[in-house]
Design a protein around this ligand. Sequence first.
Ligand code: T4K
Length: 392
Amino acid sequence: MTGKIIEKNTKLAFEQPLHVGQSNLPSKEKLKEQFRGIFERRFFTNHGPIVRELDERLSDYFGVKHAVSVTNGTVALMCAIVILGLKGEVVVPSFTFPATVHALTWAGVTPVFCDVDMETHTITPENVEQKITQNTSAILGVHLWGRACNTHGLKLLAERYNLKIIFDAAHAIGSTFKGEKVGCFGDIECFSFHATTILNAAEGGCITTNDDSVGNLFRTARNFHTTETFGRVFPRINGKMTEAQAAMALLSLDDLPKNIAMNKKRYEAYANRLKGLPGVKFVDYAHGEKSSYQYIVVKIDEEKLKISRNSLVAELMANNVLARTYFSPGVHKARPYCELYPEYNGTLPVTEHLSKTLMQLPNGQSITLNDIETVCDLICEIVEQNLHCEKK
Ligand code: T4K
């Protein structure tokens, strides 16, 4: 899509909306070829050849013993919680997509909300330790925006208190921590392959683990009736990935390095163009680590920019730039959690601050570098016009 700022006094900077999370597409021809095979085999689900190939390719990609695909990232989390036998309380950030917490609730586990770090937006061993009680069974960390948690520190803490540890890695395929690829940390890591993620299977996800027993239990949990593993009894579910999803996922996996490089280039284009604007800070991905660059996250300092995050987002949206305000409000302030656990209100200052100051800008295949120039011009123009109005 290309856009240009439409002359003054006309309404829209872009004729078509620019989205955060617009799907990256694999080759249509290759997808048709995959579908031809599915039709010829008349084999659509129950772990056919494409799903099996995907699981192998994923375990090679992550460098882990087990990568097990599943119908979506939420079901990956739900199964992970059940097969690890989590009970009582699990420490989890409130600054995340609600699915992280819903998975705990569905499994009958109480979420204990923990604040995140102002710089990394992830939970820290220090914050988590304050929340551990004798009822705690696990830590559920989230590698937000593709920035990995301090996996090493959290692992040491989990070992000290004999806790399980799960990472929600929905944003973090391709990311690293201290040079090690996300996918090899904790007891289980859970990925999403939703249409809005950098690995697009329409819907989909997987778990990764190096523990044979956990890998096998997960294979059992995702399929309600196989005879594969009857060693342990727990409620199973239909979490099967279809052949169609796996075909999309395989093609997206081929494109992954290219798409990560593309997202990084777009991140740099935005950050370079707006670096002089006071009150606009791009959330840094560098730290010598790799990242998925799935989200372009900007922190707005209202005092310096002289316009609030919400007003800026509203102006951008009015111009068809559909910036987002993930994750506002924090999960502890959203229903049903604000009613179930009102005691958290006002106790998570960093989460509340971030949920009021962050915005995400459009990224991905459908956004051109020209579009980014135009979005940046638009931001500068909105800020300038706002200053002008204030002075009047
Ligand atoms: N953990 C974390 C940390 C997560 O962020 C998520 C999901 C999960 C767990 C759960 O994983 P899954 O069970 O979903 O696999 C979107 C996604 O639906 C959601 O998967 C994602 N996180 C979340 C961050 O973003 P919404 O409600 O904001 O999406 P929606 O429908 O407003 O779509 C965003 C934009 O994407 C739209 O403006 C248009 C574009 N889009 C959307 C769809 C559905 C496309 O271009 N193509 C599409 O097919 O949640």
